[in-house]
Ligand binder design. Structure first.
Ligand code: DC
Length: 230
């Protein structure tokens, strides 16, 4: 029996589909590294805002992305992202970043730079990476590709609950509108748009619990690993 290679697992899906929580838990269960590709787009957006670089200045933002050191680490089982050595895990999750990130994510040069970093981070396997273009662009040959989706209503309710737990009260209609806006931006851009990758397994998480989602993916991963061993 040959030694099984550790898998590359790509998880894509729209905003608030539960990707990151699921991906993190799948990685934990398999003993793999979780890589949150969205955090990289968020960090570049944060750096541009801090340096007063307009997020739609394509060349300046691309230059910034090329000069930024991005590393992932862990802190008490949580994944943290370091931008030029600074832990920015919390600073990148603000409404200001959400509002400014779309032009950064639509910037072809920025995508090229970040895709290359993501490929370097994942090429040896043993990774679960989530995002919008992981199965289509970053790792089209991933061992397991998942496309997670859920209804707008379900995603809006989940996001509202998540915000409430942080003490932020928001109107459901506003959350719904934000999700629809982000879906439009993510699926409509020319470079790396969100779409189901060829060969991806679709998981509709509407009505599923997080442990159910995790187990579905872990089961698929174990099946792939067993196949490798034959
Ligand atoms: O997954 P998230 O909400 O943290 O992603 C933040 C933004 O980054 C989102 O607007 C889409 C974009 N993104 C992307 O374009 N490609 C990825 N692989 C991951 C995220």
């Amino acid at each position: 029996m040959s030694e099984a290679r550790e898998l590359i697992i790509a998880i894509d899906g729209p905003a608030a589909s539960g990707k990151s929580t699921t991906a993190r838990l799948v990685a934990r269960e398999l003993g793999y590294t979780y890589i949150d590709s969205g955090a990289m787009y968020r960090a570049v957006t944060l750096k541009a805002l801090r340096q007063n670089i307009p997020v739609d200045d394509r060349n300046a933002v691309a230059e910034l992305a090329a000069k930024t050191d991005l590393q992932f680490g862990t802190d008490n089982l949580n994944t943290v992202i370091f931008m030029d050595g600074e832990d920015v895990s919390e600073a990148i999750r603000t409404p200001e970043i959400d509002r400014n990130i779309s032009p950064v994510a639509a910037n072809a040069k920025v995508r090229e730079i970040l895709v290359e970093k993501q490929q370097k981070l994942g090429r040896n396997g043993g990774v679960v990476m989530d995002g919008r273009d992981i199965g289509t662009v970053v790792f089209p040959n991933a061992d397991l590709k998942i496309y997670m989706l859920a209804s707008v209503e379900e995603r809006a309710l989940r996001r509202q609950k998540e915000l409430l737990q942080k003490g932020v009260k928001v109107d459901l209609e506003k959350v719904r509108a934000d999700i629809r806006y982000r879906d439009k931006q993510d699926t409509g851009r020319a470079h790396g748009p969100l779409k189901k990758a060829a060969g991806a397994v679709e998981i509709d998480t509407t009505g599923l619990t997080i442990p159910q989602q995790v187990q579905k993916i872990v089961r698929l991963a174990r099946q792939r690993l067993e196949k490798q061993d034959i």
